[in-house]
Design a protein around this ligand. Structure first.
Ligand SMILES: NC(=O)C1=CN([C@@H]2O[C@H](COP(=O)(O)OP(=O)(O)OC[C@H]3O[C@@H](n4cnc5c(N)ncnc54)[C@H](OP(=O)(O)O)[C@@H]3O)[C@@H](O)[C@H]2O)C=CC1
Ligand SMILES: O=C(CO)COP(=O)(O)O
Ligand SMILES: [Zn+2]
Length: 348
């Protein structure tokens, strides 16, 4: 008997382009949602674009968050229940979007993603990444019902947020290699479609590197398109595997031991240089990853991340512990091997 089945959840409306924030209420109308919206945001996005949302949803209740945590999720759940909200609108970077994603899961309602930073592919995906104590939970949730990505707004965000988004996409190269490896060695389920889409997304971004420059709205357009495509790959896979391998384990571990020093995308980019070295050796493709990052203005060294070499080595040697996900790090790399990889690749 044929017993395979799959359920792919994707955003229904994806609006991307100059000024599309003003089409938010039209995009919402199209979804036939019932009840009132509730706005989840954080201080800078609220200051920059909160009123443009409020202008479209008269009297909308809101919460502004300082950090992403399970406490913040509870705060949103309580406030949205009190406001008797029918759905959530998340306006901001990964922080409000991840929290709204989890809160909407708890409330059993939909949410709309309105990114103000093209900083990583979580703005589109069905995964929430929330730190807690010594660990980080990558929680499955539904993806947004709609994504409204205004390139005018995204282009005005601090440039490093966009280069972080670029690096998160470039890291798809090593994430896919790790996924294939786990498939071969551990029989982890692999999706050819999701793997190919994720890799193609990285290739297309790198192919457009010359058009990715500060002050160019086209850059925000290219990066957002890639983030959407990477989010779709994760939705097809039903896991973050196509976009999260050993380089993400390294970054999650850095978040734990050196919190708040560098952006997610920048950390995974530097991680990707080193994990590519583990995959293909000294003459391998790590130089391509480093050069692509550097062309887009993303960090390629510990110094540029603002993190010391010792911390890099600690994160690299302990990254495999953070989560049950088989990667090129296997059961852990030795300190000597980590130092060699970080030194040869010029990370430290
Ligand atoms: N679900 C997933 O797959 C993933 C989730 N994440 C999660 O996302 C979070 C990190 O994402 P990130 O987007 O970097 O985080 P934030 O939402 O914290 O945004 C980063 C910074 O940029 C500011 N900001 C956002 N938009 C603008 C803008 N247009 N202009 C000026 N400043 C702006 C924010 O301000 P303010 O401080 O005022 O909010 C914040 O200081 C973490 O919580 C992480 O766990 C990360 C990767 C993947
Ligand atoms: O950041 C992600 C993909 O780019 C999500 O990855 P995690 O599942 O490791 O949180
Ligand atoms: Zn990522």
């Amino acid at each position: 008997m044929f017993d395979k089945s799959t359920w792919i959840k994707l955003p229904r409306n994806v609006l991307q382009g100059h000024g599309v924030l003003d089409d938010l209420s039209a995009a919402v109308d199209e979804l036939y949602l019932s009840g009132d919206p509730f706005l989840v945001t954080s201080p800078s996005p609220d200051r920059i674009a909160g009123d443009r949302v409020r202008d479209q949803f008269d009297g909308i209740a809101s919460v502004s968050l300082d950090r992403a945590s399970f406490e913040s999720v509870e705060r949103v759940v309580d406030a949205a229940r009190e406001a008797d909200a029918g759905y959530l609108i998340a306006l901001g970077g990964g922080k409000p979007i991840d929290v709204a994603k989890m809160a909407s899961d708890r409330l059993d309602c939909g949410f709309i993603s309105v990114p103000t930073a093209a900083s990583h592919d979580g703005i589109v995906s069905g995964r929430s990444s929330i730190p807690e104590g010594d660990t980080r939970h990558s929680v499955a949730a539904d993806p947004p019902l709609a994504v409204v990505a205004d390139t005018e707004l995204l282009a005005e965000a601090p440039w490093e947020l966009t280069t972080a988004g670029c690096a998160d996409i470039i890291s798809n190269y090593t994430a896919v290699k790790d996924w294939e490896l786990a498939h071969r060695l551990k029989n982890v389920e692999y999706s050819e479609y999701a793997g190919a889409l994720s890799q193609m997304t990285a290739e297309m971004l790198v192919g457009s590197a010359d058009s990715i420059k500060p002050g160019l709205e086209e850059s925000a357009w290219i990066v957002t398109k890639a983030l959407v495509s990477s989010g779709v790959a994760m939705s097809i896979a039903g896991s973050s595997r196509p976009a999260s391998g050993a380089e993400h384990l390294f970054s999650h571990q850095l978040d734990r031991i050196a919190p708040g020093r560098a952006l997610h995308g920048h950390q995974v980019g530097v991680g990707s240089i080193m994990t590519e070295y583990f995959h293909s050796g000294a003459r391998g493709e790590w130089t391509d990853i480093r050069d692509a990052l550097s062309t887009m203005g993303a960090p390629t060294t510990a110094d540029e991340l603002g993190i010391d070499g010792e911390t890099i080595i600690e994160a690299l040697t302990t990254a495999h512990e953070i989560r049950d996900r088989y990667t090129i790090l296997g059961n852990g790399v030795s300190e000597e091997a980590a130092i060699e990889a970080a030194t040869i690749t010029g990370v430290i």
